[in-house]
Design a protein around this ligand. Structure first.
Ligand code: IPD
Length: 266
């Protein structure tokens, strides 16, 4: 399979998995467990959706590796790894807010974000009826339209961000918001980093920043932004919680300057 075929497979699986997530939500999700904090809710649907994705990949790409939020890592033999968040935005999902997504990236090389190279990505937001796709070298797409990040922000940047679920990190994250607001027109905290990054790719946001994201939260979204002409990087401000920044080239530079000038905070 070439990158285009892998992208088509990612999109097909994301669509199917998104439909399962949406159906389970409509049937009424049952809260299954808690993770690091009370707010970090994992639902039965989360696990079931990852299971579906994993099984489809086992059948269609048995040699590839897998890195998923719920079931962890499995080394492959092909050099490709699928990086999967079955439901990104689980709190929205649990509360019945439509901004949740299935995020699927296929990457090449060592399965670590600093080392891998993106191949293709799909982010399905079934609660919004939207699917974003990208193939490296071929561009990013939504509804048949090729995506491009915003390059001009004459009235200031519309920025997205997110906060970790651990209350101990909130003061530091809020201090960062205060600094970044100097370049902002306004700020959105939508609750799914994969959707935030898709929106940067689509020009619905000018930039995005968040500390402490996991690889499956941003793997697909980062590919979308890059394929839409934007820039993405992860700054190791405080090692356990690197800061992801993304945006059109100008906003990316502004975010980088502001954020890398501040290494204080949790
Ligand atoms: C979360 C979402 C959220 C972000 C959190 C992530 P999850 O992912 O992406 O927007 O602010 O940091 O953990 O837990 O819902 O898959």
């Amino acid at each position: 399979m070439n990158a285009v075929d892998l992208g088509a497979l990612a999109a097909d699986i994301a669509r199917e998995a998104g439909e399962l997530a949406r159906r389970r939500r409509a049937e009424g999700v049952s809260l299954a467990a808690t993770k690091s904090t009370l707010a970090d809710i994992v639902t039965e649907a989360d696990r079931e959706v990852e299971q579906l994705i994993r099984e489809r990949l086992r059948t269609e790409r048995p040699e590839d590796g897998f890195l998923g939020e719920e079931t962890g890592a499995e080394q492959g033999k092909s050099g490709l790894t699928w990086v999967v968040d079955p439901i990104d935005g689980t709190v929205n999902y649990a509360y019945g807010i439509g901004a949740y997504s299935v995020s699927i990236a296929v990457v090449e090389g060592e399965p670590a974000p600093e080392k891998w190279q993106g191949v293709a990505a799909a982010v399905s937001a079934p609660g919004l009826g939207e699917l974003f796709t990208a193939v490296c070298g071929e561009g990013a797409w939504f509804d048949g339209i090729r995506l491009a990040v915003n390059t001009e922000t004459p009235a200031g940047a519309l920025l997205g961000t997110g906060f970790g679920y651990d209350p101990a990190t909130h003061d530091g994250d809020l201090a960062m918001v205060r600094r970044v607001m100097t370049i902002a027109r306004d700020l959105r905290r939508m609750g799914s980093a994969a959707i935030d990054l898709s929106y940067v790719a689509a020009g619905r946001l000018d930039g995005f920043f968040e500390r402490g994201l996991n690889p499956w939260d941003f793997a697909a979204g980062a590919i979308l932004v890059q394929e839409a002409g934007g820039r993405v990087s992860r700054l190791e401000l405080d090692a356990p919680r690197p800061m992801l920044i993304a945006g059109g080239p100008a906003v990316y530079e502004q975010l980088h300057t502001i954020i890398s000038g501040d290494s204080a905070g949790a």
